[in-house]
Design a protein around this ligand. Structure first.
Ligand code: ZN
Length: 498
């Protein structure tokens, strides 16, 4: 097992390079003064290049092949075999894309971001169109180099959700879409809920104190993580023993930081939950963006927006903001944080409409990648689908097809993972509470340890041992489905909007 050991030592070094880059990236978003940007870009580029070169080097390929020969007789379920399966996948993909294309994409994305910012500010799609054209073309080239069956989008999707295909995603999204459109249409016929109580003044310090107490109870380990402020909330990890989350406070909109913090904590609990023995190995990481998002959505929505959660925690929230919520009952507060209203902006969308926003983007980028939709026709297609799915038409492209950063960053294939994860959260929760009914009893008491323990064992501990679809099958005994999520939404929102 000499070559296997050497290969793992190399992967550990590459992991350290990536972690160091992640620290610099975290600092850039949380603390770096603007003047540091040019130097930081060079530092990040150097670390990225070093890691990429070390990984795609022919000697890594030779070590990998030699290690595969060494473990050939081991059981397919052994950690060694599973480790090499992950590495083989990563390596084959990484070496397929020429360095020149990687560099060209990086440059187009760096320039593209600035152009997108300007275009969104002016709500001027024509300003962004040539940039989008360029990034789309390079992404299509990337798909060709990676190779695919059936649909070029499969190659791009696979980068974020290994093994997932357009055919599978189309199938579950079709079921999901029908159910969501019907639910949203029903809610529209009901008297609207008021979210005014959430728009009163909530000082930042109180928001922070309350949210940090909640996430500590949920199991976020502050000895192995911390929280800071950033313009765009995110979670990043430098290894399972140092996981960072960020949040953004809005004093006149309580859910931004509160629910955002719980969301990022869901991601962080996953990152803190990998096994000690997998540290610095290819197995000690997240399996996919969809699985990652299932964790954040489960904690944010199913736990954090539940009636049980607020029955326990609302009194403490009222005490944190003296006077602000005295006239608001827990029932009105619960309804307020669950208000459903079709709107233009995805990141502000409620639980019932969120996935419709995602499916719309998926449809559009799938057609663009296949060459079925011209860039110039994106705004029209966007607005038509908004009307079809959500019954609203954006008042501007800034509030329509220019709202998300993803396309300017070359992230084609990323969007569907948001909806896949959201859906999966319900499926996992159903399985967890079926396996261990005590979980529900505990949640009703504001105790989270039994839920976290189930997630640790079933979802976190496996790390990257299985592809996402394999993990779902192993844990749930069936493929990913929309049934659990639609039932959860219908039970919850038909009661709120009865
Ligand atoms: Zn997330």
């Amino acid at each position: 097992m000499e070559n296997y050991a050497k290969l793992l030592a190399r992967m550990k070094e590459i992991g350290h390079l990536s972690s160091a880059a992640a620290v610099l990236g975290w600092d850039q978003q949380c603390y770096m003064p603007p003047g540091g940007a040019p130097e930081r870009a060079e530092q990040l580029a150097l670390l990225g290049t070093l890691a990429h070169e070390k990984f795609t080097d022919e000697s890594t390929g030779a070590l990998l092949a030699a290690a595969e020969a060494e473990v050939a007789l081991l059981d397919d379920g052994s950690d060694e075999k599973l480790t090499l399966r992950v590495l083989r996948r990563d390596y084959d993909q990484a070496v397929k894309i020429p360095a020149s294309l990687v560099a060209e994409l990086a440059k187009a994305e760096a320039l593209g971001h600035e152009v997108w910012v300007q275009a969104r500010e002016k709500s001027d799609f024509a300003h962004f169109a040539p940039t989008l054209e360029k990034i789309l073309e390079l992404s299509r080239q990337k798909a060709q180099y990676l190779g695919y069956e059936d649909h070029p989008y499969n190659a791009l999707l696979d980068r974020y959700e290994p093994g997932a295909t357009v055919a599978q995603v189309d199938r579950v999204f079709a079921e999901l879409r029908g159910g969501l459109v019907e639910l949203v249409a029903y809610i529209k016929t009901r008297p609207q809920v008021s979210d005014k109580p959430l728009r009163r003044g909530f000082p930042e310090q109180g928001q922070r104190t309350f949210a940090e107490a909640v996430i500590a109870k949920m199991g976020f380990d502050f000895d192995r993580g911390r929280q800071d402020k950033a313009v765009h909330p995110f979670c990043t990890s430098f290894g399972k023993d140092d996981v960072r989350i960020t949040t953004r406070y809005e004093t006149d909109w309580l859910p931004a930081a509160l629910m955002g913090t719980i969301h990022e904590t869901g991601h962080a609990l996953y990152e803190q939950g990998f096994q000690e023995k997998d540290t610095n190995t290819p197995l000690g990481g997240a399996v996919s963006l969809g699985i990652h998002e299932s964790q954040s959505r489960l904690w944010e929505n199913i736990v954090g927006r539940s009636r049980a959660f607020w029955d326990i925690h609302y009194g403490e929230l009222q005490l944190t903001f003296p006077g602000a919520l005295d006239d608001v009952s827990v029932n009105d507060f619960y309804r307020a944080i669950n208000k459903v209203e079709p709107s233009f902006i995805r990141v502000e969308a409620d639980e019932a409409t969120y996935c419709l926003h995602v499916m719309l983007r998926y449809e559009i980028e799938k057609r663009m990648v296949a060459g079925e939709l011209a860039v110039a026709d994106v705004p029209g297609a966007w607005n038509a689908l908004m009307e079809e799915y959500l019954g609203v038409t954006p008042d501007s492209d800034a509030n329509g097809c220019l709202q998300d950063v993803h396309w300017s960053s070359g992230l084609f294939g990323y969007f569907p993972t948001y909806a896949l994860g959201t859906m999966l959260a319900s499926q996992l929760y159903d399985k967890a509470t079926g396996d261990n009914p005590q979980i529900k009893t505990d949640l009703n008491k504001g105790e989270f340890a039994s839920l976290l323990a189930w997630l640790r064992t079933n979802v976190h501990a496996p790390g990257r041992r299985y592809l996402p679809a394999e993990l779902v099958e192993r844990v749930c005994g069936e493929p990913a489905q929309s049934r659990s999520y639609l039932k959860y939404l219908n039970d919850k929102f038909r009661a709120i909007y009865e």
